[in-house]
Write a protein that binds this ligand. Structure first.
Ligand SMILES: Nc1ncnc2c1ncn2[C@@H]1O[C@H](COP(=O)(O)OP(=O)(O)OP(=O)(O)O)[C@@H](O)[C@H]1O
Length: 400
């Protein structure tokens, strides 16, 4: 039995502008101890998916349908108090902004110890010891001394480590991490991801890592689901995704990963933005941005299929939702995957995928009214967004 099984999940927000279908008939599975990545641009539905699993969707949102089974138990059927027990004990969640997760008026040690006392029924001394061990585990120097410091005395990177310690304090089976390192400098990001990976293995915790950055997925994950406009468009192992991406959107995301010494203007590789989810384009929702789109793509929604056979797939199988794999397209997907440093360990994105549209397709795309108000720069600055924050990894106290 898988640890988490989500089937046919649909979540809508009833806003003044209209009904937003944030998650549309989504199914996926996370195995025990697995590191599962969810990737896609802003608005793809990644966070809403995670919040739905935790049953934390609030008005004007509504989970319309679907099942979420955790360890065989349907979370949708549980009472509110039983779900609260699952949160914290079995599933923990961390967010991008460490500051909002930490209470400024309590010391970090107290906050972790309180979570331990509450969920694990430890006495004060045992909770303090476990909290100090956790601070040490997440890489905070002099953990016993830092136990009594307040959140503002820690740098951003160190605060996020504290949040990870708090999330792991009750030994959850699943840790949902929503853009946990996006606000941090890249070198600190790499260290925290590395630490997260080691701890997940040590504690046998599965991770659902949400990010818009395929580079982060490569650092940590075993398997990936690529989301677009509330739907899964591709699922694969990390190796399959990097060496052999199957969906044009994945190829576009891959092209957008910046590399050292890379002078190519990547802002042109995946033009357009995520559609307005009140009025999702007909057929394949990616078709207005896809260089390979044909007329059929405007009216037929592609099912998730095995890209080799075109057959339907199970929850964990390799799959892509593109009509190229169901035999509906006249043309072929024409893209290259240039693999860099095949022998290098998969800590760096390995492939350098490129989309090619024929001149005719480019002209069609350029004159496509659906693209008229697209914003190529906006789309890709999001994909390339990196904070300039410089963090203090020495563990030293912050000034002031
Ligand atoms: N409280 C809300 N009210 C109305 N619409 C919402 C609400 N929360 C989310 N949505 C909509 O649901 C869609 C999916 O949002 P979601 O936050 O899941 O995207 P995401 O992929 O996590 O993007 P990001 O990386 O920006 O968080 C978006 O169109 C968003 O506008």
């Amino acid at each position: 039995m898988a640890l988490l099984e989500v089937e046919d999940l649909t979540v809508k927000f009833y806003t003044e502008e209209g009904v937003v279908t944030a998650v549309d008939d989504l199914s996926f599975r996370i195995e025990r101890g697995e590191k599962f990545g969810v990737v896609g641009e802003s608005g793809a539905g990644k966070s809403v998916t995670a919040l739905s699993v935790m049953r934390l969707i609030e008005e004007p949102g509504r989970i319309e349908s679907g099942t979420v089974r955790f360890d065989g138990e349907d979370l949708m059927e549980l009472s509110e108090s039983d779900v609260r027990d699952v949160r914290g004990n079995d599933i923990a969640m961390i967010f991008q902004d460490a500051q909002t997760a930490l209470n400024p008026v309590y010391t970090v040690g107290e906050q972790i110890a309180e979570a331990i006392r509450h969920h694990l029924d430890y006495d004060d001394t045992a909770a303090r010891e476990r909290a100090i061990r956790l601070l040490d585990d997440v890489g905070i120097p002099e953990p016993a001394a830092r136990y009594d410091d307040y959140p503002h005395e820690f740098s951003g990177g160190m605060q996020q480590r504290v949040v990870i310690a708090m999330a792991l304090s009750c030994d959850p089976d699943l840790l949902i991490a929503d853009e946990p390192t996006t606000a941090l400098d890249v070198t600190i990001e790499a260290k925290i991801l590395d630490r997260l990976e080691r701890l997940a293995e040590e504690y046998d915790t599965a991770i659902q890592l949400i990010t818009h950055d395929l580079g982060v997925i490569a650092e940590l994950c075993d398997r990936v689901m690529v989301m677009y406009a509330g739907r899964a468009v591709e699922t694969a192992t990390v190796e399959e995704l990097y060496y052999d991406p199957k969906h044009p959107y994945t190829v576009g995301l891959m092209s957008a990963i910046p590399r050292i010494g890379d002078r190519q203007d990547r802002l042109q590789t995946i033009p357009g933005t995520m559609p307005d989810l009140v009025e999702v384009p007909s057929g394949c929702s990616f078709h207005p941005r896809c260089p390979f789109a044909e007329e059929v793509c405007t009216r037929k929604q592609p099912p998730l299929v095995d890209p080799d056979t075109g057959d339907g797939v199970g929850l964990s199988d390799r799959a892509a939702a593109c009509l190229a794999y169901t035999g509906d397209l006249d043309g072929e997907l024409d893209y290259e995957v240039e693999v860099k440093g095949r022998d290098a360990p998969p800590t760096e994105p390995q492939s350098n995928a490129r989309l090619h549209a024929s001149d005719a397709e480019k002209r069609r795309a350029d004159s496509d009214p659906l693209r008229a108000d697209s914003d190529p720069v906006g789309a890709d600055t999001d994909l390339l967004d990196q904070s300039d924050d410089v963090d203090d990894e020495t563990g030293g106290r912050q000034d002031g």
